[in-house]
Design a protein around this ligand. Structure first.
Ligand code: ES4
Ligand code: ZN
Length: 326
């Protein structure tokens, strides 16, 4: 069995995926044409050439511009369906997908068009591809907490179809504590909580996500490794980290995959998982991430099995469903 085949056949959950980040250049062009929207690229090759980033903000500027082609409920359904097809081919059996409502509502797209399109794709993915899924509604941390509260209010009619809230976008200068009250409100509504922390931000932001927000999961968490006491705490509490190797490479969180800390995380007893983050922008879906980091860090098949197990243990599935996947 080749490594690639082994990875593809390993049933896994994807826990860190921005659906807007799965917008491939080909679909971007098709939606631009369908919606009569001009995009600043001449060709698919031209788009891919623009995907050279030196940090998170570089990427975010291009990612928010790309999302401008998404206009209708059908666009969001097509976007998510394309992701599910690709994920199924990679052996993903459960996906917890983040969406950024503010990226769309701030340019006049109805919250309902976004979420109904995603929910339609989720239903089709389960029926036709056998993939279960859940939604994580992410707040943009460069915007205010009041704006996040407004988004939580808009989501009210669909709260029973949203598993969790998340926190993404520009990390530096926007610590988790900025969203303490809206995360408490989300928790009171029965939602799970996750937040990007320690991608570019310092270990203190990871502490804050745990202590002030009370998150159930940490997205990325790379920089936690700079703080030994924090590592011990994350291990002791069985906190899941949703690590994204190719994202880390493209956004220069690591200089080289050969220096990626994934195996050090596992060795420290951390519940690390492997995910694709924004696969259309970072050069690979979840199986590509497993393969790239396995080759760069010499992971053995037992490590890959552990990572896949962690993805179910760390999911927001109910315990009986988790047990069926282990
Ligand atoms: C993101 Cl990699 C990453 N970090 C923070 N926010 C994001 N939104 C989409 N991808
Ligand atoms: Zn992310």
């Amino acid at each position: 069995d080749t490594l690639e085949r082994f990875i593809r056949r390993l049933p896994k959950a994807e826990l860190h995926l921005h659906i807007e980040g799965s917008l491939e250049p080909e679909l971007m062009f098709a939606l631009a044409e369908r919606n009569g929207i001009a995009i600043p690229y001449a060709s698919v090759e031209d788009v891919r050439a623009a995907y050279a980033f030196s940090n998170l903000q570089d990427f975010l500027d291009i990612y928010y511009a790309g999302a401008g082609v998404l206009q209708t409920e059908a666009d969001f359904r097509d976007l998510a369906m394309a992701y599910f097809e690709r994920a199924a081919a990679d052996g993903v059996v459960h996906a917890e997908i983040m969406f950024d409502p503010q990226t769309h509502t701030d340019r006049g797209i109805a919250f309902g068009a976004v979420i109904e399109g995603l929910l339609a794709a989720m239903a089709e993915a389960e029926a036709r591809l056998g993939i279960t899924s859940a939604l994580i509604m992410s707040f943009l941390r460069h915007l205010s907490e009041d704006a996040a509260f407004e988004t939580l209010e808009q989501a009210e009619p669909w709260l029973d179809r949203i598993a969790a809230v998340g926190l993404d976008s520009s990390e530096l200068g926007h610590p988790p504590g900025k969203f303490a009250r809206v995360f408490a409100a989300a928790r009171a509504k029965g939602l799970k909580l996750t937040a990007h922390a320690g991608e570019e931000g310092p270990p203190a932001y990871v502490h804050e996500a745990l202590d002030v927000l009370g998150v159930d999961r940490i997205d990325h968490g790379n920089r936690a490794l700079e703080d030994g006491a924090l590592v011990a705490r994350l291990a002791r509490e069985g906190m899941t980290l949703t690590v994204c190797p190719l994202s880390n490479l493209k956004l220069c969180v690591v200089d080289d995959l050969a220096a990626h800390p994934l195996d050090r995380m596992l060795a420290a007893g951390l519940r690390a998982t492997v995910n694709s983050d924004d696969p259309a922008y970072f050069g690979g879906y979840v199986a590509d991430n497993y393969r790239a980091v396995a080759e760069a860090r010499g992971l053995v098949r037992g490590d890959l099995v552990q990572l896949a197990k962690n993805s179910f243990t760390g999911s927001f599935l109910p315990p009986d469903a988790v047990a069926r996947h282990l």
